[in-house]
Ligand binder design. Structure first.
Ligand code: ARG
Length: 458
């Protein structure tokens, strides 16, 4: 029986114990829990709430327990409710009655709020690290493929030529915003809840500023009821992760499309592709498909926990225990997906010719032709109309635009001159010479700016 059942004569029903226990998943918080407890024990001694020698015994006991867990030698007893009870019970087993003093001026309610904030702080640092790796892979590929032209699409129809590098850097921008969101989330998680007690504060002369310094928080919470029941930082992590997974699912989708025979813009590395058990010719983009597919569970965790939080009265309610599995799975999924996307991007081969072939289809220079007439004085609407008719004609003749004769052009507008043949994919790209445009010199600047952000010089 756990030692928190003072008023009870019976042990909890076995089913109840299993249903309510968070130990099967919150054991992952053991390092954070022990770090919080060590700071708490030190604070208690500094404030004269427990003796210095008791504090030393407690701290040494906790350090030993951390080693036991890390080495896999810790016996997680199923009947203990959570990681807090498991560690405390072991502490008392190891150091005796003194171990029972650790929980002075503390409740599991402020303890778990602390553990989660410590966990999320670490998770955010790792998440941002993985974002930087993926951004680096994108920028490296962009830099290595500055010559590669592909169709830019709207409605998944060929629209205008763009540099592949420009397309890749669009993802750099998305990930840059993701990093910003996690950074914001870090600010809100950076608040120490310990010292809030069960809900109302604690009846001891605790030093919360000392705890904040020991544990690296820049602020202490200002309302004990809020501090033990606030899980906004978890929702924010999950919301930021959902947006990030949405971005990764878009990248994954492009990789899937581009590696198809129909597009043929890239070839996946064998280490990042799978075969079919029945069709020997297949090289499947399962890895990218799983990134796309895993987006669903991350959205699900956000929705699930928002629903758990809805209409919860102050302060702590056991419903809050439902915060953990979704958060852990969100962080695990996002970290792994970022890592896998980095590998996909770093190893894929670009098929310059395949992309160029696609540029040759679909009359991708039509806008440039309309711009040509507009620059010669035609209104853009009329120019658009004329080029539309010209395209119809070319389609009927089965010829791409550059193969039409000058006489054929002239039938559609007297404004066409011989210089119409100077409209090429290269001229089209170079013309988009605006901030954020696909002109090669702009894209080169964007690569340099991205490298600067990533700290690669320039
Ligand atoms: N396992 C609990 C949780 O995750 C810890 C806090 C328990 N507090 C309580 N009053 N039962 O929320």
């Amino acid at each position: 029986m756990s030692h928190i059942r003072g008023r009870f004569k019976k042990a909890a029903d076995e089913k109840v114990a299993a249903y309510t226990s968070s130990l099967p998943f919150d054991w992952r918080l053991y390092r954070h829990d022990i770090a919080g407890s060590i700071a708490h024990a030190r604070m208690l001694a500094r404030q004269g709430i427990i003796s210095e020698s008791d504090s030393v015994i407690i701290v040494q006991g906790l350090e030993a327990i951390e080693r036991e867990i890390t080495r896999g030698e810790f016996d997680f007893k199923a009947e203990l409710e959570d990681i807090h009870m498991a560690i405390e019970a072991r502490l008392i087993e190891k150091v005796g009655e003194v171990g029972g003093k650790l929980h002075t001026a503390r409740s599991r309610n402020d303890q778990i709020a602390l553990d989660l904030r410590l966990y999320i702080r670490e998770a955010i640092a790792r998440t941002i690290g993985n974002f930087r790796e993926l951004q680096r892979a994108l920028v490296n590929l962009a830099e290595a493929s500055m010559e590669v032209v592909m169709p830019g699409y709207t409605h998944l129809q060929p629209a205008q030529p763009v540099l592949l590098a420009h397309h890749l850097l669009a993802y750099f921008e998305m990930l840059q915003r993701d990093v910003g969101r996690f950074d914001c989330c870090r600010t809100r998680a950076d608040v120490l809840p310990l010292g809030s007690g069960a809900l109302a504060g604690v009846a001891y002369n605790v030093d919360r500023e000392f705890l904040a310094r020991e544990l690296g928080f820049s602020q202490v919470s200002q309302n004990s009821l809020d501090a033990v029941s606030d899980r906004d930082f978890i929702l924010e992590y999950e919301a930021a992760a959902s947006i990030s997974m949405m971005h990764l699912s878009r990248l994954a989708e492009e990789i899937i499309l581009w590696s198809s025979a129909e597009f043929d813009f890239i070839e996946l590395d064998e280490a990042y592709a799978t075969g079919s058990s029945i069709m020997p010719q297949k090289k499947n983009p399962d890895v990218a498909e799983l990134v796309r597919g895993k987006t669903g569970r991350v959205y699900g965790h956000l929705t699930a926990f928002l629903t758990t939080m809805k209409a919860l009265p102050l302060a702590y309610n056991r419903d809050l225990q439902e915060d953990k599995e979704g958060l852990f799975d969100t962080a695990d999924t996002l970290l792994a997906s970022l890592d896998i996307c980095t590998g996909l991007i770093a190893t894929l081969k670009v098929n310059t010719e395949g992309a160029a072939k696609a540029v040759g289809r679909g009359h991708i220079l039509a806008t440039d032709l309309a711009d040509y007439l507009a620059k010669k004085g035609e209104s853009f609407r009329t120019a658009h109309e004329i080029v539309g008719r010209l395209i119809n004609y070319a389609v009927k003749k089965g010829k791409p635009l550059p193969e039409l004769s000058f006489a054929e052009y002239s039938n559609f507008s007297p404004l066409f001159g011989e210089d119409v043949y100077a409209i090429t994919v290269e001229s089209s790209l170079a013309a988009r010479d605006t901030v954020g445009g696909t002109a090669p010199k702009r894209v080169a600047q964007a690569v340099a700016a991205a490298k600067k952000i990533l700290g690669q010089g320039q």
